[in-house]
Design a binder for this molecule. Structure first.
Ligand SMILES: Nc1ncnc2c1ncn2[C@@H]1O[C@H](COP(=O)(O)OP(=O)(O)OP(=O)(O)O)[C@@H](O)[C@H]1O
Length: 250
């Protein structure tokens, strides 16, 4: 197969993910990666990035797409199957009622987002076991790391980010976030350049979260002070990477 020509931005994205994967020894030869795909920008770019890396790394690994349709629109994921077939990627797609349940009487104790995320994660873990996957890849990026860090600090009083690589079930499954050093604006550009068939998230809570308020405040502050954005991103990504590298040495 002819080698795909990449733009500067695509190279930045793939290069950053590749560097992080190497530095943290994120995967190993023979790894079987479940790629958690929401249909949004991050997970589409994650899939595209891993697909490219699969062609260039000097060892083999396998990939499988996993999509849990939350049940607001049972056909929303229609663009996914033809794309995966075209690129030769096996997949598991299933439709649940988690989204409507999260906004109904079924969910009495938690916020809709918490309920849905918890159900999805549990199901993704089950699927990894079912398909004998060694890794589960999420599309979180550097902006998500900053948002999560601020949320944990503001709302929980704790200093905690988002792990780059984390073992579960005594190491049977490793959750990985290859795009954690990539900024959202790079991902946005990659989506356009790769012409990825995103679909809209029809969840009524999608644009209505506390996290969004926290990030809006951050962006306002970043607009006022020169270098603030760069310093916060650099500081937090370096810190998170340091934690992963430290735990690797132990
Ligand atoms: N319905 C889903 N099915 C499978 N994986 C999912 C689903 N929703 C989210 N994920 C995984 O969890 C990650 C974080 O999800 P989140 O809902 O925070 O969306 P996001 O940060 O906007 O990412 P994206 O742009 O991929 O939607 C996604 O990148 C994806 O890997």
């Amino acid at each position: 197969m002819a080698k795909e020509k990449l733009s500067y931005i695509q190279k930045q994205c793939i290069g950053s993910a590749g560097k992080l994967m190497q530095q943290t020894e994120m995967i190993h030869p023979g790894a079987r990666i479940g790629v958690a795909m929401s249909g949004g920008m991050d997970s589409w770019v994650l899939m595209r990035t891993l697909l490219y890396r699969k062609k260039i790394v000097p060892f083999t690994f396998e990939m499988m797409a996993l999509h849990i349709n939350p049940g607001f629109d049972n056909t929303s994921h229609a663009p996914l199957t033809p794309w995966l077939v075209e690129h030769g990627i096996p997949y598991h797609i299933e439709t649940t009622t988690d989204g409507p349940d999260a906004h109904s009487e079924v969910n009495r104790n938690n916020s809709p987002c918490f309920y849905c995320a918890m159900k999805r994660r549990t199901r993704l873990f089950e699927l990894c076991k079912q398909y004998n996957l060694t890794h589960l890849a999420f599309g979180h990026n550097a902006d998500d790391l900053v948002g999560t860090f601020l949320m944990n600090l503001y709302e929980g009083g704790s200093v905690r980010g988002m792990s780059i690589k984390e073992d579960f079930f005594s190491g049977d499954l490793t959750v990985i976030r290859p795009l954690l050093m990539v900024k959202k604006d790079i991902i946005r550009k990659c989506v356009k350049q790769w012409e990825l068939p995103l679909w809209d998230n029809p969840c009524p809570s999608a644009f209505d979260s506390r996290r969004k308020d926290v990030m809006d405040d951050f962006w306002e502050l970043a607009g006022k002070y020169k270098n603030l954005k760069q310093n916060v991103f650099n500081g937090l990504t370096r810190w998170q990477l340091g934690l992963t590298l430290e735990s690797k040495e132990k």
